[in-house]
Structures are given as structure tokens and as C-alpha cells.
Design a binder for this molecule. Sequence first.
Ligand SMILES: O=C(O)C[C@@H](O)[C@H](O)C(=O)CO
Length: 270
Amino acid sequence: MSKLIRKPLNKKEANGISLIHEVSEDNSDLHYVSFKMVDLQSGSVYQEKLEKLECCIVAVTGKITVTEGENTFEKIGTRDSVFEKKPTDSVYVSNDQTFEVRADTSARVALCYSPSKSQLPTKLLQASDLGVEKRGEGSNKRLVHNILPDNDPSANSLLVVEVFTESGNWSSYPPHKHDQDNLPEESLLEETYYHEQDPPQGFVFQRVYTDDRSLDETMTVENGDMVIVPKGYHPVGVPAGYTSYYLNVMAGPERVWKFHNDPDHEWILK
Ligand SMILES: O=C(O)C[C@@H](O)[C@H](O)C(=O)CO
């Protein structure tokens, strides 16, 4: 199996917490992005003290109460399934802060991390304030919820977005990459994908490849899998009958999303 794909851990920890995914510098080739997905039983509490990292706490499903110092955001979260396609609530917590996530209902919570040295205010990223985009045309259409886009100054290095791609469509397509620290031409952003499909027995195909094909992995990605994109193009194809969801986390030396399309396939945009 490719070292870029991760199957759910489903590791039951203490007090009603299950670790679904943990991606970090210790177990991947990533240096900027790290990620945890946890399931919380109703009433359970997840606590963490951040060092020189910032964190976007995404209420993927269910309702949670997030506390950091004097800040309390009660019963946030908007959906029982991502496939309700409603934007959801998140909370930004900066470096050197300690936060707590209490599950008001059973909840799946994404913890999206990247480097941060200059502390910014803790902030609720309210669902109703998120930018929603309908991108693409033909069989290249997708729906994008911008949770922490690069034009939102709430974070130092973190970018978070979720994408819905319907039956028979492609996304992250035409294939693009952002693996060169060469602004204004291209930015260097590592990326992770947390995938779900509806109905859940579905799968999508994702290819991660470089111009010189020194990296060229095509993966069958199933419900709950993660894909790690340290570099290269990373298109996703969705078979007929299924809807794809993925949550992207990106980070790099500059908080700018400036991608470069694969010149072999850019013609489809014309
Ligand atoms: O536009 C899309 O299809 C989503 C992708 O841009 C995805 O968020 C990504 O690959 C970001 O680099």
C-alpha cells in the first residue's frame, strides 16, 4: 500500500475518545502540516496544550463546546453528517495556548495544526461567515467551504478548506501542485486530505505525482481514509453514484495558496 494513504486507526483511548487519524512529522514526510481526527463520545473531553503550533478545531460532525482561557464557544457544529453539505463551525487557537473540547453530542473533530510563533487571538470561525464557492463546470464541478483561506488573516500559517465533489466529477483538477517556494509563481504548501464518501461503501481515485514521475502513486481511497500530499499534483476522481467529501489542511513557508496547473491538462480550462 502507498505510504501516502492512511486507513482509520479507530484507536480507543481514555474517557470516550477514539483516535481516528494522527499525521505528524514523526510519522510522515510532512514538516509544516500535522493533523488529528478524533471521535468524542457525548460528555467526553479532549484537552491539549499547544507549543509553537496553531490549531483549527473543526466540528466535522456533532456539537462541541470549545474553551480556551476566558473564551468559551458553546455547542458549536451544524451537522450530523458532512453530506448535509452545510458549512460547519471551527475555532482557531494560536501557539502556546491550552484548549479543551467537550462533546455535547457524539462528535467527530478535526485538529488541524501548523507552525506558529506570534500568538493571534482565539477566534470562532462561524459557519454562517464562511466563504462558499461553486468551482468548475461540466464534470469538473465541486462545492468548496473556505474555513481558513489565505485571505483570512486569523492564522499565521494554516489553511483549511472542505470540498464536496458529486457523482462522476473530478476535483483538485485539472491537476495542480504547490510544492515550490517560488512566489509569485508558486507557493510551497504541504497538504493532507481526509476523505469520506456517500454512500459509505464508496471509493474515489486519487493520484499524487510529480513532473518527473519520481513520485507517482494512484490510490483507491475509501471512506475515512487520509491521503498525504508532501509534493506534486493531486487530482481526485469520483465514480458514478457517489458523493465525495474531503477536508484539506495546507501549510508551508508562506501562507499563500498559489498553485501551478499541470501544463499537459490545463487545456481543459479553455
Ligand atoms: O479546487 C478544488 O477542487 C479543491 C482543491 O483545490 C483542494 O482544496 C486542493 O487541492 C488545494 O490545493
